[in-house]
Each structure stands twice: as structure tokens, then as C-alpha cells.
Design a binder for this molecule. Structure first.
Ligand code: PLP
Length: 414
């Protein structure tokens, strides 16, 4: 397992490793620089944003770790700030974790406890993490197929109103979990009418609506929360990745008082050693302070660049579909294998991009706000050339076989 990951890293870095990073660039041990348009969506503000580094440094000098059983000033401030950003909505409470899977687990547990029901409907095409519970509600065959049975009472539901309503009609559903822009899509949001109808049906059936915005939230796609902006009235919104400012691991589940009630009575129903970690919370507070302004200032510029890049990449024979929303673009290739070849070719040409966890034929281009004009021109050129060099119809990875990058790694020579 480690050997394969190391092989991929070796191939991506062409035998060099990441030595340091700043802004949109990662500097390699051999002196080369790569533009980072990947990093699993964790760096909306780029690498080592000075405001985040300063906030973490200050916290490091006072109280880096939580003293269990004692309050600290940082953790509740972050929870309160997140709830303020969610206003006006029913999301008054926050639980903090270290990564996206943590908050998926928290939401699934609290939905079961709040409703007394056990069944969960997961909308097809979604990805929610790799712990066993999060994987059970993820539509990612490649990661699931050897681990079955996963969590019982989970139904992966096709994205049609009829399919969801048929399942809800059984009256035993605790929660519906969905992404507004499915992980398996080429950054194409689900239709707003469909989302609104689902939200209404979910609530009418007495079930809770959990919207996973770990990748798309916190202004990556233009809004603090897409589901709140669309008026879906979710019972929980999941946030993560860039919340730690690209510096610390941090995630948050925002939820209603009803969902939080059992956890408030008994915090041991869901808790972790590092949840609400002061260093991570200091980074989160600094991110929230910086990101809204930075987004207002730079999003138009970077989003316009991605919008212009879309038809350029979409014109290549190996590309089936493209989409873009805010600082996120998705490209669907003719196969997982071709997608893997693209990831490797882009790295060779100086740009890191992110393969999708939910669909191996999809690659995401996740632009940080700090991308300068010259870097945009360099990246567009490299990605265009990477697409141009692809044979459109190479083989497809078998179900459960290696992901796009691993598929490319296994066929490439060291
Ligand atoms: C939408 C979504 N939810 C949850 C997760 C899981 O997050 P993590 O890898 O931090 O556990 C991911 C990861 O890619 C994601 O894209």
C-alpha cells in the first residue's frame, strides 16, 4: 500500500519530493517548481498564507493543545463564528473534527439519534470519506468493493425525485446525504429544482437533510454554503479541507439544535482526542476572516480564467465533458486510464491537479485565489498541452482496480 503510494509520488515528482511551498507553488527538492491546482481542495488561499501562519504561530506560543476538561478561548469562538456565517438558518450548532470523514460520521450518528431511525439514503455520485461509515454512504465502487458489507441500512439512490421519494415513503429514513456538486461530476451542480424538491420531500418524510460541502463550501464555489444559498434548509452542512487555511487539518459539522441535542447531553456519544484542537481552530478563525474578503477581491479574476480554460480543454478528443463553478473546474476524460495519463502529463509540465475520489475518469482543477496572471498563462498552456498529448481511447481501469493516477503509474516506467 505504502509502496504504491510512494511509487505514485515518485512518478508525480519525477524522483523529487516537495521541499517547501508558498502561494500557488510547490518547490521540489531538485529546484523545480510546480503550480498546485490540486492539493485535495485544501488551499483556497494557497500554501502558507501569511495570515494563517501568523495566527497558528501565536496560538503555538500560548495553548497549542486543549487541556481536556477545561474550556479554551479559541474553540468556542470558531464554533460561534461558523454559526454566525450560517445565519439566517437553523444551523446554530457546530461540532469540530480534523477531516471530512469525521464530520460525515458525526452527522450520520446524530441523525440516527435525533430521529430514532437507522436508514440513510445517499445520493448517487457522492463521496463523503474513507472511514467505514463515510464509505458506506459514498458512491465510490473502487474503494468499497472489497470491504462489503459496510454500514447496513444504507441505500444509494439514483438522482431522480421518484427514486428518492419511493425510498422516503417507507417512513424509516433518518437522513438523506447529498452533495450539491456530486464528487463524481465534472464540477456540474445538480439541477436546482431537483435539489429543492428533494429537500422538501426529505423534510416532509420526517428525515434530516445532510449536505456535504467539504469540497465545495467556504467560498470555493462562490458561497459560504451552496445549500444555504439555494434555500435548501439543510439540517446539517459539512465543511472541511480549506477550513484550516491550507495549514491545519480542520473540519466542521454545522447542525440544528435538534440534531445536536443528544450530543449536548452526552458529549461522549461522539468525540475525538483532537476535535476542537486550538491550533487548528486558530487557523480556522484566521481563514474565515481572510477568505470572504479575498474571495470578493480575487474570485472573479480566477473564475474567469477557469471559465476561459474550459472550452480550451473541452476541445480535445480525450475530453468528454467539462464544468466549472467558482474556483473549481472538472474535466471528464474518455476513461480512468486517460485521466491518469493526464494527471501525470500535467505534473511533468509543471502543474498538479486532483483526481476525483468518486469517479476515476474525472480530474478536478482547483485554483487557489493567489494565482497570478503569469501563473495562469503557464498553467493553461501546460494543461492544454497535457490534453493534446493524450490518446483518446486507451483502456478503462477495472472496477476496484487502481485509481487514475495509480493506473497511469502502473503502466509508466520509473
Ligand atoms: C465532498 C467530500 N466529502 C468528504 C470528503 C472526505 O474528506 P477527508 O479526506 O478530509 O476525510 C471528501 C474528500 O475528498 C470530499 O470531497
Amino acid at each position: 500500500m505504502v509502496r504504491r503510494a510512494a511509487g505514485i509520488q515518485k512518478l508525480t515528482g519525477a524522483n523529487a519530493y516537495a521541499a517547501w511551498a508558498e502561494g500557488a507553488e510547490v518547490h521540489l527538492s531538485d529546484g523545480r517548481r510546480l503550480l498546485d491546482l490540486g492539493t485535495w481542495a485544501a488551499t483556497v488561499l494557497g500554501h502558507r498564507p501569511p495570515v494563517i501562519v501568523a495566527a497558528v504561530g501565536e496560538q503555538l506560543g500560548s495553548l497549542p493543545a486543549a487541556a481536556r476538561g477545561l474550556a479554551n478561548p479559541c474553540t468556542p469562538l470558531l464554533a460561534r463564528r461558523l454559526a454566525e456565517l450560517a445565519r439566517p438558518s437553523r444551523l446554530e450548532k457546530a461540532w469540530l473534527g480534523a477531516n471530512g470523514a469525521d464530520v460525515t460520521e458525526a452527522a450520520l450518528k446524530l441523525a440516527r439519534l435525533a430521529t430514532g431511525r437507522m436508514r440513510v439514503l445517499a445520493v448517487a455520485g457522492g463521496f463523503h470519506g474513507r472511514t467505514l461509515g463515510a464509505l458506506a454512504v459514498s458512491d465510490a465502487d473502487g474503494c468499497r468493493h472489497e470491504l462489503a458489507p459496510l454500514l447496513p441500512e444504507v441505500t444509494i439512490c439514483e438522482p431522480t425525485p421518484q427514486a428518492l421519494e419511493r425510498e422516503l415513503a417507507r417512513g424509516d429514513v433518518a437522513a438523506v446525504i447529498a452533495e450539491v456538486i456530486p464528487g463524481s461530476s465534472a464540477a456540474v451542480p445538480l439541477p436546482e429544482d431537483l435539489l429543492r424538491r428533494w429537500a422538501r420531500s426529505t423534510h416532509e418524510a420526517g428525515a434530516l437533510l445532510i449536505v456535504d460541502e467539504v469540497q465545495t463550501g467556504l467560498w470555493r464555489c462562490g458561497q459560504f454554503s451552496l445549500s444555504l444559498a439555494l434555500g435548501l434548509d439543510p439540517d446539517a452542512v459539512l465543511l472541511g479541507k480549506t477550513l484550516g487555511g491550507g495549514v491545519m487539518p480542520l473540519s466542521a459539522m454545522l447542525c440544528t439544535a435538534r440534531m445536536a441535542a443528544r450530543l449536548e447531553d452526552n458529549p461522549f456519544l461522539h468525540s475525538q482526542t483532537f476535535s476542537g484542537h486550538p491550533l487548528a481552530c486558530a487557523a480556522g478563525l484566521a481563514y474565515l476572516d481572510a477568505a470572504e474578503d479575498a474571495t470578493t477581491r480575487d474570485r472573479g479574476r480566477v473564475a474567469a480564467w477557469l471559465a476561459a480554460l474550459r472550452p480550451r480543454l473541452g476541445g480535445h478528443a480525450a475530453v468528454v465533458e467539462t464544468g466549472a463553478r467558482g474556483l473549481m473546474m472538472g474535466v471528464r476524460f474518455t476513461s480512468a486510464h486517460v485521466a491518469g495519463q493526464f494527471v501525470m502529463a500535467a505534473a511533468r509540465l509543471g502543474v498538479l491537479v486532483a483526481p476525483s475520489d468518486a469517479d476515476r475518469s474525472v480530474v478536478r482543477i482547483l485554483a487557489p485565489l493567489v494565482l497570478g496572471e503569469a501563473q495562469m498563462a503557464r498553467a493553461a498552456d501546460a494543461l492544454d498541452r497535457a490534453c493534446a498529448g493524450l490518446a483518446p481511447a486507451s483502456g478503462t481501469a477495472p472496477p476496484g482496480g487502481p485509481g487514475p493516477v495509480a493506473a497511469a503509474a502502473s503502466t509508466a516506467k520509473d
